[in-house]
Write a protein that binds this ligand. Sequence first.
Ligand code: FAD
Length: 301
Amino acid sequence: MAHDFLRASRSPLGNIRVSFEFFPPKTAEMEASLWDSITRLAPLEPSFVSVTYGAGGSTRERTHSTVARILRETTLKPAAHLTCVAATREEVDEVIRAYHAVGVRHIVALRGDPVSGPGSAYEPHPGGYATSTDLVAGIRRLGDFEVTVSAYPEKHPESATLDADLDVLKAKVDAGATRAVTQFFFDNAHYLRYVDRVRARGINIPIVPGIVPVQNFRQIASFAKKTGASVPQWLADRFEGLDDDPATRRLVAAAVAAEQVLDLVDHGVTDFHFYTMNKADLVYAICHLLGLRTHLIERAA
Ligand code: FAD
């Protein structure tokens, strides 16, 4: 197969860095579409690309094989998501060692959602890692991994207060986390206020905003409800009447996301994590607006 190798020149807007999140594909067709997206986005030279771990550990093998393929076939730096759910410490440690053995050096460490879904009470697996903090410490004990964790600008739905959430973030950092990626949000004020509180709490790791381009408003609105992210009325208004008009929806989605990231740049943000949903076009366009460029540097057969 012929590959075009492209390379990004840095952004004229400043030193912008991006990372991309994918989910492991279920079918051969989804796999082909994921790889189209990876191939399109790779020349933007992301700092890393991450691959999610299905609820309840349901994608353990698929996450591993996707991450391993990224390592084998690209020069991208993959980060593997991992949760504490439905597995003993030994089983989770085995996954971590398997990642280390194939050359993965970056894990996104999460507690994960309760087995019966978000909203129900979380019960740690007996003999498993009880919290994300324990998992971060376990990963750091097992190898020289970079560890990214989650952060919630509008607070995690299970947290009583934002301060309680900040305590959890602080514990994760003390256990060895080196970066946090936020849950998606639409109102930048939530993120900017949150970062102020994080810094006031003495937490100094990068808090990278998680940006979700709205491919499908209804789907995102329903997902937001479960994750505690608020959906402002102005956003609903912008997508009003477009349910049967995907072409206009995409243009609106690009405009909304562009507005959001450019406003964050104006506030001094330089790193962005994109929830790609395994689709490249919108994310590619937004990165272009952020000033990232690619140019052909080599062609190989
Ligand atoms: P944490 O931040 O560890 O904690 C969530 C809440 O649990 C806290 O607010 C607190 O109420 C309580 N808590 C945790 N630790 C303690 C403690 N030591 N003491 C007291 N209370 C505590 N889910 C997946 O299944 N797979 C994925 O790949 C995945 N990727 C994600 C990526 C990002 C960037 C984000 C933001 C979320 C992701 N999730 C993923 C969702 C995540 O698993 C859920 O939000 C889950 O409910 C919480 O996991 P966490 O690690 O974010 O929780």
